[in-house]
Design a protein around this ligand. Structure first.
Ligand code: GLN
Length: 534
């Protein structure tokens, strides 16, 4: 298309209705028609990025190829569309304000009083528009975080109001609301949706399409009622019913005609039929797999599943690829010790030790790895999980008593994991880790090589510590092989144990790049090994 169209997705009534999944599903449907689509998330909090947030706050921190630490919704965008996102796809209030304040100090606004309108809203608008024009996207879908009516999101809704006015038929607003079911009355209730749309109207925004999250089907009567009260056509009231897997949502949205309604409203003539064959094949495998296994996920944020979102999704992709349902048993590393490890781990087909920061639960991760190494259970270690595998091997095989990462014990005699050279003079914690995609060369014949089926790869990172090169020879000579190395810096990226069914630990984060279209090879290889071990 010669001109980019902008679609805004707002949310009302309650948070967690799944704006990210609706945005990603719409993107998928438009993409399936051959359009070039990207999705952007605007987050109303004041952190410049979520890198400094505890996972309990907003779930996992996702990392893009260009090294941005972002909201986890970007993970959904990539998993659905199979398109990489970048820093420009996630903007926070903190980033907007710091840019505006920087400009003010530089003198860019000399003479003007710098205000929320127009300076903050202009900065928001330019971040939205630039994404479309610089990359020639046909559609930019911009998801506004939070719920309409929040004080924090007011400047964003105002920016949407202005853009809608300026862009006319090239912009459209989708509002996601909740239609709750009152069991006592046996009825679906539309009032919260009506109120939420009124709130948007008070801010000057008339939504074009309403997506209504619901537990029960919305009948025609309810559709008409919502349409009438909210100034939209009945065909623009789209039902989004609860479903057992998020990967169903594109299909449900297609059946409800979300994409055709969007095209109609944007006055784009397109009668092509959407093709989702590959997606449907994947869904079939997710829903009716031939095999089933249970893999343990040992980490310290187990109470909140969102903390390991990308890992859990990667298992769904890799499971489908292996025609296998992968049940995940979340195990708190704080609970595991040498004595009880067997009771937690012996029945599992495989174990993944998760990424993380800080001392809490670290010994449980190390004891977990000792057990699965000795008992030959397939293992995947990611980032801190890889570092723990190195510590465990150092202590229990090389006899380096008290070996540790200097992150946990700065005075250990054997810092087998140590701060990277370039990290030593860094004081600021925000955005200063080794972030984004780096090259890695894999040794032929290794588990990793068999999984990737090639030797040159690029994977995303998020860490400050690394395998300490001083100990490399000692490890290699004692059976822990270095099978992946960064060709520019010689940093150790992958370690494996040869005499084991599948023991692979990686310094990078494979989970960030697993998608429906391209399940991650290491997860596929790991699930396969676990299936063989069943
Ligand atoms: N805390 C470790 C480091 O900074 C591991 C980080 C991670 O697991 N993402 O190196």
């Amino acid at each position: 298309m010669e001109k980019t169209r902008y679609i805004f997705v707002t949310g009302g009534v309650a948070s967690s209705l799944g704006k990210g999944i609706i945005s990603a599903s719409l993107a998928k449907l438009l993409q399936a028609r051959g359009y070039k689509v990207t999705i952007q998330k605007l987050d109303p909090y004041i952190n410049v990025d979520p890198g400094t947030l505890n996972p309990y706050e907003h779930g996992e921190c996702y990392v893009t190829v260009d090294g941005a630490e972002t909201d986890l919704d970007l993970g959904h965008y990539e998993r659905f569309t199979n398109q990489p996102t970048t820093q420009a796809n996630n903007v926070t209030t903190g980033r907007i304000y710091s840019t505006v304040i920087e400009k003010e100090r530089r003198g860019d606004y000399l003479g003007e009083t710098v205000q929320i309108i127009p300076h903050i809203t202009d900065e928001i608008k330019s971040r939205i528009k630039i994404l479309g024009t610089e990359n020639n996207f046909d559609f930019v879908i911009t998801e506004i975080g939070g719920t309409v009516g929040d004080i924090e999101s007011l400047p964003y809704v105002e920016a949407v109001r202005q853009l809608k006015w300026e862009m006319g038929k090239h912009a459209l607003v989708i509002h996601l609301t909740l239609v709750p079911y009152l069991a006592a009355a046996g009825e679906l209730k539309t009032k919260p949706t009506q109120h939420s749309v009124k709130q948007l109207l008070q801010l000057g925004v008339q939504p074009d399409i309403l997506v209504c999250r619901t537990e029960h089907h919305i009948n025609n009567g309810i559709r008409k009622k919502i349409a009438q009260f909210c100034n939209v056509e009945a065909s623009s009231v789209i039902e989004s019913i609860d479903t057992d897997t998020i990967y169903n949502v594109p299909i449900l949205m297609q059946e409800e005609g979300l994409d055709t309604e969007v095209l109609k409203k944007l006055q784009i003539n397109d009668n092509r039929k959407t093709v989702l064959t590959k997606w449907e094949t994947f869904l079939k495998l997710v829903k009716n797999p031939s095999y089933e296994i249970t893999i343990g996920l040992v980490g310290k944020y187990v109470e909140l599943k969102d903390s390991y979102k990308s890992i859990l999704e990667s298992f769904i992709h890799a499971g489908a690829e292996n025609n296998c349902k992968v049940n995940i048993k979340m195990i708190s590393s704080e609970k595991i010790n040498e004595e009880n490890a067997e009771s937690y781990l012996s029945n599992l087909s495989g174990v993944l030790v998760a990424p993380g920061f800080g001392n809490r639960g670290i010994e449980g991760k190390i004891d977990t790895i000792k057990y699965i190494r000795e008992n030959r259970i397939p293992f995947l270690g990611i980032c801190l999980g890889m570092q723990c595998a190195v510590i465990e091997y150092g202590r229990n095989v090389l006899g380096l008593e008290g070996a540790h990462s200097s992150e946990m014990n700065s005075r250990t005699k054997y810092p087998v994991i140590d701060l990277m050279e370039e990290q030593k003079n860094i004081d600021n914690l925000g955005g200063t880790m080794r972030l984004g995609a780096y090259d890695c060369e894999i040794t032929e014949g290794s588990n990793s090589y068999k999984a990737y089926k090639k030797s040159s790869i690029k994977e995303r990172h998020r860490h400050r510590y690394e395998f300490n090169d001083k100990f490399r020879d000692q490890y290699i000579n004692s059976g822990m092989k270095v099978t992946g190395v960064n060709p520019q810096t010689n940093l150790v990226e992958i370690v494996e144990i040869e005499d084991h069914p599948w023991f692979t630990a990686v310094q990078f984060h494979p989970e960030y790049s697993s998608t429906v279209a391209n399940p991650h090879p290491l997860f596929v290889g790991f699930v396969k090994a676990a299936l063989n071990n069943k």
